[in-house]
Design a protein around this ligand. Structure first.
Ligand SMILES: [Zn+2]
Ligand SMILES: [Zn+2]
Length: 810
């Protein structure tokens, strides 16, 4: 099989081999090669305002001068301008906030700084960096759930640079503000690291925690400057302003040096019918999921070679070529599978060669992880298949090549992973291997979306009433709310929420403000997703296998469902919704299950709309009711339907935010869509639209729901709805509305450019469809979207904006 002289060789050699391999295939799996050229760094002088002691401490660390972007952001912050630094991985964002913060601490012996990070690991990493600087009087300290009680006291009384997370701020510092009065009084800077992590419902909560922080600081007489660090994204200034509630300036021009990277985009080929790969991979779960459309008996579904298998083969080739390679795989089980296949192929070629590949994932013991890292750095190991456990806080660079199995979700993650390749200025190779999914397919065919200007923005929605109400309670429990606070919490919607809380008896109006009436503090979880998660328990042993969030539990854990957990298959015996428990037993059936559901949607109100002749575009509140009513058992591999079994599960209700478009039947007929094909065309457009939404907003397709219909009673037209899957909305539908032309253009292109004939998982089929992917009309979806795009203006300036006005038909 492979030539097996394991001589060390670089990325260029590896790419040559991969090309040779792909050249043999009828259609090359390499869809694009991008040469990201090396960039020389641009240095700036140390700003004149910087404290000499602080500057010398950095120089002692080997930082002789700041990069341009570090100096720019630091100076803005020093001048009191709120600033977000949105540059690449390893561009030295820490220095940009450390310089003004530490200079202030040096000049004012009472000043304090608060640093927030989304993970404990990152805060610990920052603490090490600060401690290394060896500056007197800074007294940096981390504060998190694990900090012992006595140490917390020390941090509160003495630390001047407190490194914590939004949860601690919410649960401990803000409610106990009186004890932290000295710290808040002298608060000069608030640093928000990795601020792109605050998105969706969690981000909306954090936005209010920061508003509470601003209010508390103001109470004690301080007005801190915010310094945010973000991965590169679309509209960093807008996202940062939304998060903090203050106007924020962005610094985005990365002046740090970087080595050359060759970036290849790779699409696994479609398997020919009756290929041996099909049957051999089906049983092991290695084929990508089977096409879900109802298939006539004997008809074979279209299968793409699985991204896992493709990654395993590339890893094998890399090891044979002597290239130090790290493969990123999204699931733990996937990482194990890739390592196993690669080891087996290598051992077949040269017994013993398989030992040079290992799997690495979160959940291993710390000492095992360190041992594996050392073996990779020393060259004892040549290939590692890893989950993204390496992404934060751990320093493992200096590899020749990185394989990324499936779009990691955001550009930030992509570059973080690709950034692991490249030794000291040397050339590096990165390969993105597409999974069988519309977004992955789109990206490997549209390199400009990856290598051009970013469009994906970090979205959140502080106006979500399900977030706003509880957060106002938290604020009121810290100090009574007054009229002056209304603007801080969003103005009119805040007043409306307060009135409703007064009606419920949760807040009480007194002359001096609105008071929290209860003795205890409000119980609000920033990461809450609505309802307790359902525990998956092995009935025979009582062992807890894991949890599934309540929103997905009906579809994933209904009685009779096949449930996969870390590579082991279980069958669900019973779903007890009252106790939030699913009892399961281990079994390896030769079928899979797919839930069927019925969704109804009604329009509550329209917030904003665009009237584009035969096409309408809307943003508004909707009520969604959903009921999982049955499930199908399908033969593994062939996808053949064995039977359909009814289920007795309650209806679930959700009030949320949706974006929707309507197309007149006349326009559809003019575009050549037969009336009988309209439901399938809309349904296919809906699936692909949901699949492509993460391109413009940092969300997961599982955060989003959809509904399409040839005639909706509230719109009286053929309509496609796409809604946020969280109560009150999370900002995703809103972003889709604001960038509708771009979003629908990408959706149309993803469908039109797919090589399949009638639709496949790479374009219009959805793994979460409650209708068994039926009906779906791929050509019709392209016609629908072409019609919509022809009518829609390129930018969506609403022609009508009517906030909170009830829709006449609701
Ligand atoms: Zn397709
Ligand atoms: Zn569907």
């Amino acid at each position: 099989m492979h030539g097996v002289t394991a001589t060390a060789s670089g990325p260029a050699e590896l790419l040559h081999r991969l090309r040779a391999r792909s050249g043999a295939a009828a259609q090359s799996p390499i869809t694009h090669i991008e040469h990201v050229t090396a960039r020389a760094g641009r240095v700036s002088a140390w700003p004149s305002w910087a404290d000499a002691g602080v500057r010398d401490a950095f120089v002692r660390q080997g930082i002789t001068a700041p990069w341009d972007h570090q100096a720019d952001a630091a100076t803005l912050a020093w001048q009191g301008t709120h600033v977000v630094l949105a540059t690449g991985t390893a561009s030295g964002k820490s220095l940009a906030y450390q310089l003004p913060a530490l200079t202030t601490l040096a000049g004012d012996p009472k000043a304090t700084v608060l640093y927030l990070s989304p993970t404990k690991a990152l805060a610990a990493d920052q603490l090490r960096g600060l401690t290394r600087l060896g500056l007197d009087g800074v007294r940096p300290a981390t504060l998190d759930g694990d900090t012992p009680r006595e140490e917390r006291e020390w941090v509160r009384q003495h630390a001047r640079f407190v490194l914590t997370n939004p949860d601690m701020l919410h649960h401990s510092l803000l409610p106990g503000h009186a004890r932290w009065a000295v710290f808040f009084r002298r608060l000069s800077y608030v640093v928000i690291d990795e601020c792109h992590a605050y998105r969706g419902v969690f981000g909306s909560h954090v936005a209010h925690v920061l508003r509470r922080l601003r209010r508390t600081a103001a109470r004690y007489g301080s007005s801190p400057t915010f310094i945010l660090a973000s991965a590169t994204s679309g509209d960093p200034a807008g996202s940062a302003s939304r998060l903090t509630g203050v106007p924020v300036s962005a610094v985005t021009d990365d002046a740090s040096p970087r080595g050359p990277v060759t970036f290849a985009l790779w699409e696994p080929p479609l398997l020919p019918p009756s290929s041996p790969d099909r049957s051999s991979s089906a049983g092991t779960g290695l084929a990508s999921r089977t096409a879900g459309a109802d298939l006539a008996a004997g008809e074979e579904p279209l299968i793409r070679r699985s991204a896992l298998r493709e990654t395993a083969d590339l890893l094998t080739d890399a090891v044979v070529a002597g290239t130090r390679t790290l493969a990123f795989i999204r699931s733990r089980r996937g990482a194990e599978v890739v390592a196993t296949i690669a080891r087996r192929s290598l051992d077949e070629a040269v017994p013993g060669l398989g030992d040079r590949v290992a799997a690495y994932r979160g959940g291993y013991l710390r000492e095992d992880r360190r041992r594996i890292e050392r073996a990779l750095l020393s060259g004892e190991l040549l290939g590692l298949a890893s989950t993204n456990a390496l992404e934060l806080g751990v320093d493992l660079a200096g590899l020749d090549a990185v394989l990324i199995c499936g779009w990691p979700g955001t550009r930030a993650s992509l570059w973080q992973q690709a950034g692991r390749a490249g030794r000291a200025g040397g050339e590096a190779l990165a390969v993105l291997i597409a999974r069988d999914d519309p977004l992955d397919t789109y990206l490997v065919h549209h390199p400009e979306a990856l290598f051009g200007r970013p469009v994906e923005a970090t979205v959140l929605d502080p106006a979500n009433p399900y977030v706003l109400g509880p957060q106002l309670c938290c604020a009121a429990s810290e100090a009574p709310l007054t009229e002056n606070d209304l603007a801080l919490f969003g103005g009119a919607p805040a007043l409306e929420a307060i009135r409703s809380l007064v009606e419920q008896g949760v807040l009480r109006r007194r002359p001096s403000g609105w008071y929290w009436t209860h003795r205890g503090r409000p119980d609000v979880d920033l990461r809450g997703t609505g309802g307790a998660p359902v525990s998956v328990v092995e009935a025979a042993t009582g062992r807890l296998l894991g949890t599934v969030d309540q929103g997905s539990s009906h579809a994933m854990l209904h009685e009779g469902a096949v449930h996969l957990h870390q590579g082991v298959t279980y069958l669900v015996d019973e779903l007890d919704l009252d106790d939030a428990i699913a009892l399961v037993h281990q079994e390896e059936p030769d079928w899979t299950t797919q839930a069927r559901d019925v969704t109804e949607l009604s329009v509550v109100s329209v917030r904003s709309s665009v009237d584009a002749g035969p096409v309408g575009l809307f943003l508004g509140e909707v009520d969604v009711t959903n009921q999982v009513v049955s499930y199908q058992r399908r033969r593994l591999g062939s996808g053949e339907v064995i039977d359909t079994k009814p289920l007795d599960l309650p209806v679930r209700e959700l009030r949320t935010v949706a974006v929707w478009f309507t197309v007149s039947p006349q326009a559809l007929a003019a575009a050549g869509v037969e009336w009988a094909d309209v439901p399938g065309a809309l349904h296919a457009a809906e699936h692909a639209g949901i699949g492509l939404l993460p391109l413009i907003a940092t969300c997961d397709r599982w955060d989003i729901g959809g509904l399409s219909t040839a005639n909706h009673p509230d719109t009286e037209a053929p309509t496609v709805f796409v809604y946020d899957g969280h109560p009150g909305g999370a900002g995703f539908a809103e972003r889709a509305y604001a960038t509708a032309a771009e979003w629908l253009q990408a959706t149309r292109s993803a469908i039109a450019s797919c090589g399949c004939e009638t639709g496949c998982p790479s374009c219009v089929q959805s793994p979460k469809c409650g209708n068994g992917n039926n009906p779906l009309d791929k050509p019709g979806a392209v016609q629908v979207l072409t019609t919509v795009l022809a009518a829609l203006p390129p930018t969506t300036e609403p022609t009508h904006s009517h906030p909170a006005v009830p829709h006449p038909r609701a």
